[in-house]
Design a protein around this ligand. Structure first.
Ligand code: GLU
Length: 497
């Protein structure tokens, strides 16, 4: 299709909401940027609109292909799927700025033709000198407009000197005001800006020009981004005007900072999506927590799925105050998702952690083992410690558990229980046989009655013998997951000491 610049609001892709997340591939996906992506995604999904992913890689020195791959991977992991982007394509591509050079050239040429932009031949040295001189006079050092009204002959003369021009667009002639959907009324003083560069002498676009050309051509209706871009908005609005396009709605969300007010870094617990992945947070927990950093549910619900958030999401419930990252709260939210989310999603996220701990992730009991211990886990890194005693591997016996196993009554009690479970021989009970919670409980009760032991004295030695611990999930459930053979073998082994 031929993209049309300057579409009026009513000519946009129907009334369809179109938002974009526009990361620069210069490193990890920071949690602040991930939250920007999430707010865009929630906004698009709430409105039934489009979520566009655009890679802003004009800074060739700092952009890398690895970073782009990693950012896409983190977004996928978070479950923030995009409708158009560099990998999936779309009607308004390409979706990498490095592949859109022709479009910036074309739009620059049009602005030149229409007299909205002009070639400027001033050299860096000349500009520096004039800036210094302006400062010395106590004046804002804006471009002084020297090349603004050059005649054709004057231009030719400069070109004959071997000067290659930049392209400048005319600066503001009036103050600019916006109603930001998060920050409210914002006004920009025209004195803040002179005529500014949109294409460099080598033809590359400046940052703001590329962003606006893209947002216009991609028919973006709402620009939701971090507050540190508020200062770009004046230049951008002028560029919309110059291009004859309707500016989008703007929503500048506050920054994510550390609780001490500083820039968020790894020493505050986590700073990037990669950190949260490595530390064993679930994607559902991370997106839930990130949404709460600045947004609140109308009924103050805190534990929410992506779908529930998308249904309720509105920019008017996004706070304009900076949001402080709180690792404890992230853990708390994540713990809820570990306990409550679909076991399938939990298992697929858990597998790498199970494997890294040297435990068999293909054990057919994995699902029931994870079901058993998920209650007490807030991060997946802590999962293997809880799973270990359920496997046929060595595990630590806690000091307090060892004390219970060393009491004079214990050996007799454990052996009697093993016998009552039907494990006759020293090799344990029937191989692979099931043991259900109720019959295990009944067996303990019966042995307790017979030997006149109850309460802690009865249950602690059994728990210690089965898991090496004094705390954990319900004993009957542990026995069920271990199975008759392991239970009997562990009771006998502990009873023989
Ligand atoms: N590429 C910019 C960034 O990574 C985003 C620009 C925008 O959203 O307008 O911060």
């Amino acid at each position: 299709m031929t993209a049309v610049v300057g579409v009026a609001k009513e000519d946009r892709v129907g009334d369809r909401v179109r938002v974009r997340f526009a990361p620069s591939p210069t490193g990890q996906l920071h949690l602040g940027n991930a939250r920007t992506a999430l707010f865009n995604w929630l906004f698009a999904r709430h409105a039934g609109g489009d979520f566009v992913l655009r890679i802003e890689d004009t800074d060739t020195a700092r952009s890398t292909a690895e970073s782009e791959v990693a950012i896409l991977d983190d977004l996928r992991w978070l479950g923030l799927d995009w409708d158009e982007g560099p990998d999936v394509g779309g009607e308004f591509g390409p979706y990498r700025q490095s592949e859109r050079a022709e479009l910036y050239q074309r739009e620059g040429a049009r602005l030149l033709r229409e007299g909205r932009a002009y070639p400027c031949y001033c050299s860096d040295e000349e500009l520096d000198e004039r800036r210094e001189a302006a400062r010395a006079r106590g004046v804002e050092p804006h471009y002084d407009g020297r090349c603004r009204n050059l005649t054709d002959d004057e231009r030719k003369a400069r070109e004959a000197e071997g000067r290659s021009p930049v392209l400048r667009v005319r600066g503001p002639e009036h103050d600019v005001e916006i109603e930001d959907l998060v920050r409210g009324h914002v006004s920009f003083d025209r004195g803040m800006l002179g005529d500014f560069i949109i294409l460099r002498s080598d033809g590359r676009p400046t940052y703001n020009f590329a962003v606006v050309v893209d947002d216009v051509l991609m028919k973006i209706t709402h620009v939701i981004r971090a507050e540190d871009h508020l200062s770009n908005t004046l230049r951008q609005i002028l560029l919309y005007e110059a291009l004859g396009a309707q500016p989008p709605e703007f929503a500048h969300v506050s920054m994510v900072i550390a609780s001490d007010g500083s820039k968020l870094s790894k020493r505050h617990g986590a700073a990037s999506v990669g950190d949260t992945r490595r530390d064993g947070y679930l994607p559902a927990g991370v997106v839930n927590y990130l949404a709460m950093l600045g947004w609140s549910h109308p009924e103050a619900k805190e534990i929410l799925s992506r779908e529930e958030m998308a249904e309720a999401f509105e920019l008017k419930r996004v706070s304009s105050h900076p949001a402080a990252f709180d690792e404890q709260k992230l853990m708390w939210v994540n713990g809820h998702h570990i306990r409550e989310d679909d076991i399938g999603a939990l298992l697929s996220n858990a597998r790498p952690f199970v494997e890294a701990a040297g435990l068999d992730a293909d054990d057919p009991r994995l699902e029931s083992m994870v079901e058993l211990v998920r209650e007490g886990v807030e991060r997946l890194v802590d999962l293997p410690t809880e799973l270990r005693p359920l496997y046929d591997v060595e595990y630590d016996v806690e000091a307090e558990a060892a004390d219970w196993l060393a009491t004079p009554e214990t050996a007799g009690l454990l052996t009697a229980l093993a016998d009552s479970l039907g494990g006759g021989g020293p090799e344990g009970g029937a191989s692979g046989a099931a043991l259900d919670e109720a019959s295990f409980k009944a067996a303990i009760k019966a042995v307790g009655k017979e030997r006149a032991v109850k309460g802690k004295e009865l249950f602690m030695p059994v728990r210690a013998a089965l898991t090496g611990r004094t705390h954990g999930p319900a004993l009957g459930k542990i026995a069920e997951v271990l199975g008759l053979e392991r239970v009997v073998a562990r009771l006998r082994s502990a009873g023989a000491k």
